[in-house]
Design a protein around this ligand. Structure first.
Ligand SMILES: NC(=O)c1ccc[n+]([C@@H]2O[C@H](COP(=O)([O-])OP(=O)(O)OC[C@H]3O[C@@H](n4cnc5c(N)ncnc54)[C@H](OP(=O)(O)O)[C@@H]3O)[C@@H](O)[C@H]2O)c1
Length: 227
C-alpha cells in the first residue's frame, strides 16, 4: 500500500486529493494549519493529521518520512516566503525516490516558452500589485518555490492549473507543455479533476520532471484537439 503525504490537505484542492487517495486505497498523511484541522473531520478516522504551518520544517519532516509520494499545494500566502519554505522543506526531507507533485497556476513558466495572453499577463501584474499593497500574497514567492523545484534532482512534477471551477468530475484533464498551446485555449478545469491529475501523476513516470499545464478534458479546446 502506498503512503502519500498531502501538504495543504484542508483546502479545497487538498480535500479532493485526500478523497482520491483514499479511493485508491492509499494511506494518507495530511498536513494543515492548526486552525483548519476541523475541516478534515470527515476523514479523521481514515488519515493521519499533522497540524502546523506547511512551511514548518519540523512538521514536514515528520509528515513526509516514509512516504512514497508527497502532494503539495503551493500557495503564496503572506510576505514571508510561505510557498518557498513549504517547497524547500519537502525537497529537503522527502525520500530521494519519492514522487513529488506540486500545484501552481499557469503563470509559472519552466522554460520561458509559454505564450501568455494579455489578459493572463494583466492578471499576474494585478495579483503582484494587490499582494504588495495588502501584504496578503506574494506571487514571486510561488515563482521562487517552483524555480527551486525545477532545479532539484528528484522525481518531481509541477502541475500548472488553469482557471478552476467546482462541479462533478469530468475525468482526467488533458495537458500540454506550454501555455498558449491550442489544446489549453478553454482555460478551465474542474477543481476535483485538478486533484485527480495530481494524484494520477504519482504513477505516471512520463510526468517526472515535467511542468504540465492542464485543462478540463470536456472543454471545447480539449475536444477540438481530440478531433
Ligand atoms: N484558485 C484558482 O483559480 C487557481 C487557478 C490555478 C491554479 N491554482 C492553484 O491551485 C492550488 C490550490 O488553489 P485553490 O484555489 O483550490 O485553493 P485551496 O485548495 O483552497 O487552497 C488554499 C490553501 O491555502 C491555505 N491557506 C489559506 N489561507 C492561508 C493563510 N493565510 N496562510 C497559509 N495558508 C493559507 C489553505 O489552508 P487552510 O485550509 O488552512 O485555510 C489551503 O491549503 C494552488 O497551488 C493554486 O496556485 C488555483
Amino acid at each position: 500500500m502506498k503512503t502519500v503525504c498531502i501538504i495543504g490537505a484542508s483546502g479545497k484542492l487538498g480535500r479532493y486529493m485526500v478523497r482520491h487517495c483514499l479511493d485508491r486505497g492509499y494511506k494518507v498523511n495530511g498536513v494543515c494549519r492548526k486552525s483548519s484541522v476541523a475541516k478534515l473531520d470527515p476523514f479523521k478516522n481514515h488519515i493521519t493529521i499533522f497540524s502546523g504551518a506547511t512551511n514548518n520544517r519540523d512538521v514536514i519532516k515528520r509528515a513526509v518520512a516514509d512516504c512514497d509520494a508527497v502532494l503539495t499545494v503551493l500557495v503564496p500566502w503572506g510576505r514571508k516566503q510561505y510557498a518557498t519554505g513549504t517547497a524547500q522543506a519537502v525537497l529537503d526531507f522527502a525520500r530521494p525516490e519519492a514522487r513529488l507533485i506540486f500545484s501552481c497556476g499557469w503563470h509559472i513558466t519552466r522554460d520561458g516558452l509559454d505564450k501568455f495572453s494579455n489578459s493572463l499577463k494583466w492578471q499576474e501584474r494585478a495579483a503582484r500589485w494587490i499582494g504588495l499593497l495588502t501584504r496578503l500574497l506574494d506571487i514571486d514567492d510561488q515563482i521562487e518555490a517552483c524555480q527551486r523545484v525545477f532545479g532539484s534532482k528528484g522525481r518531481w512534477t509541477v502541475v500548472r492549473g488553469s482557471n478552476l471551477e467546482e462541479g462533478d468530475s469530468q475525468g482526467l484533464p488533458m495537458w500540454s507543455k506550454h501555455v498558449g498551446d491550442r489544446i489549453l485555449e478553454s482555460n478551465i478545469t474542474r477543481r476535483v479533476d485538478f486533484a485527480l491529475f495530481m494524484v494520477a501523476a504519482i504513477d505516471n513516470d512520463a510526468l517526472v520532471q515535467e511542468a504540465p499545464a492542464i485543462v478540463g478534458c470536456a472543454t471545447p479546446s480539449a475536444h477540438a484537439h481530440a478531433a
